[in-house]
Design a protein around this ligand. Structure first.
Ligand code: BG6
Length: 462
């Protein structure tokens, strides 16, 4: 019997409860995992398989009792510290038993922990012979953020590559599992009408926006050590930039896609502190786990440049933050303005723009100018693709898609070591630097971020 042992390191954490176990549920329900699965969970809290199944249930859309029971029955819980050798001995014992007596073959480690534990866990897996597997495949998933700076990421990459080959390593960026993010390449490379326009000759600028309308919640302690730059810009936002700017891969496979993304990141200029606005929402310092007088940014806006032939001089503006006016993630592409002299319209002509809306509304649309009846006034009209109108509201969750890809051994939606390092390089001058952090009230954004774009004769897309 072929079967996979899914080892979740950090099974009592939020990620496992909210995303990983629900993803396992959906994959089983939709028969996307066909093999037997056994979950070995490691955590520090006192808990049981039953409690773990109960606590994940509220986060599952349409939970099915028999599948939840199957998950509960498949969980073996090891209570232990990640620095304690007994934890790994316990893990070795469980894995041997599952392989020797129950015929399981493959082992998938999911490290749902902070990056500071990655190196020690990997080294211990190797030390206890848990990285070798003569019966099937072994893969390992690392949650983001991958490190806390370029030096750390390099050190981590070097350490984990001593134990695992790159083709066994899956660095997660859950934005790459989102339906509309996966659609970017299809939109760009299957619609030849776009290609002649997709460059510095026709595009005025690009905005990549990821606004959240909630605060740090219960993650204050983690967030305070990372902030918006390390939590979101280094990974989600730069991955979106890479997908927007990359050349067409010669084949749609992991190696070629990642080669192209890497080239974009490699061509991206180090962001200068003078091109950055940071902010912190009012009340952040009172959040649980956050230091009083913390200078951590909960908002960041910046300008980046991709210095290659296609994108030379085209600004890419990135903006993200907590407690902003709305919850939205999108890519806005503004084309060059038409000369306004041809028509004698009363209102100014607006430039065409394409919006790829990642969430909450999934889809993309193109804004064009059209005539208002009864005169020569001009207005903007929309050519719209609404994802849920065409396909229904049943898109799989990002984690479900990604976990499925790990089972399939498809790395195309995971981040390679060189991409991670380039991303840290790009923000290398602005992390941990002394850039002023402007306060902003909840449900707004720092005025300085608006001024920043106004000085460039542009404004944020809303
Ligand atoms: C995570 C960040 O990677 O992405 C969080 O750590 C952020 O701070 C989250 O809230 C946003 O993801 P989504 O899918 O809700 O847009």
């Amino acid at each position: 019997m072929a079967g996979t042992i899914l080892v979740i390191v950090g099974i009592t954490g939020d990620l496992s409860k909210r995303k990983l176990l629900p993803s396992v549920h959906h994959l089983l329900k939709n028969r996307k995992i066909s093999e037997e699965i056994s979950i070995v969970g490691i955590g520090r809290k006192r808990t049981s398989p039953k409690e773990l199944a109960i606590s994940t249930a509220p986060f599952i859309r349409k939970p099915e009792q028999d599948i939840l029971q199957r998950i509960e029955k498949s969980i073996i819980y090891i209570r232990g510290d990640l620095g304690d050798q007994a934890t790994y001995k316990g893990l070795r014992k469980e894995i041997s038993e599952l392989q020797d007596s129950r015929g399981f073959q493959n082992v998938l480690y999911y490290l749902a922990t902070l990056p500071e534990h990655f190196e020690a866990i990997t080294t211990n897996l190797s030390h206890y012979g848990l990285a070798q597997n003569t019966r099937g495949w072994t893969r390992v998933v690392f949650e983001k953020p991958f490190g806390n700076g370029l030096e750390h990421a390099r050190k981590l990459n070097a350490a984990i590559k001593k134990v695992f080959r790159e083709d066994q390593i899956y660095r997660i960026d859950h934005y790459l599992g989102k339906e509309l993010v996966q659609n970017i390449a299809v939109l760009r490379f299957s619609n030849t009408v776009l290609e002649p326009l997709w460059n510095k000759n026709h595009i005025d600028h690009v905005q990549i926006i990821m606004n959240e309308n909630v605060g740090v919640g219960t993650r204050g302690e983690f967030y305070d050590r990372y902030g918006a730059l390390k939590d979101v810009i280094q990974n989600h936002m730069l991955q979106l930039l890479a997908l927007t700017a990359m050349e067409a891969p010669s084949k749609f496979n992991a190696m070629q896609i990642r080669n192209e993304k890497f080239k974009v990141l490699q061509s991206t200029r180090i962001v200068s502190p003078s091109d950055v606005v940071l902010g912190q929402y009012a009340g952040y310092q009172k959040e649980p786990g956050v230091m009083k007088n913390s200078k951590t940014e909960t908002f960041s806006a910046m300008k980046a440049y991709v210095d290659n032939l296609r994108w030379q001089h085209v600004p890419f503006y990135l903006k993200t933050g907590k407690f902003l006016q709305n919850h939205v993630a999108l890519i806005y592409i503004q084309f060059e303005e038409a000369p306004g002299v041809i028509f004698e319209q009363k209102t100014a002509l607006r430039p065409n723009h394409l919006v790829i809306s990642i969430q909450p509304d999934e889809g993309f649309y193109l804004k064009l100018n059209a005539k208002v009846p009864g005169g020569m006034d001009i207005t903007q009209v929309k050519m719209d693709f609404c994802h849920s109108c065409v396909f229904g509201a049943n898109t799989p969750e990002a984690y479900e898609t990604l976990l499925h890809n790990v089972f399939l051994g498809d790395q195309s939606v995971f981040v390679r070591s060189d991409e991670v390092e380039e991303s840290w390089r790009i923000i290398g001058q602005i992390i941990d630097s002394k850039i002023k952090v402007y306060p902003y009230t909840k449900n707004s954004q720092p005025k300085e971020a608006d001024d920043f774009l106004q000085k460039e004769n542009r404004r944020w897309f809303t």
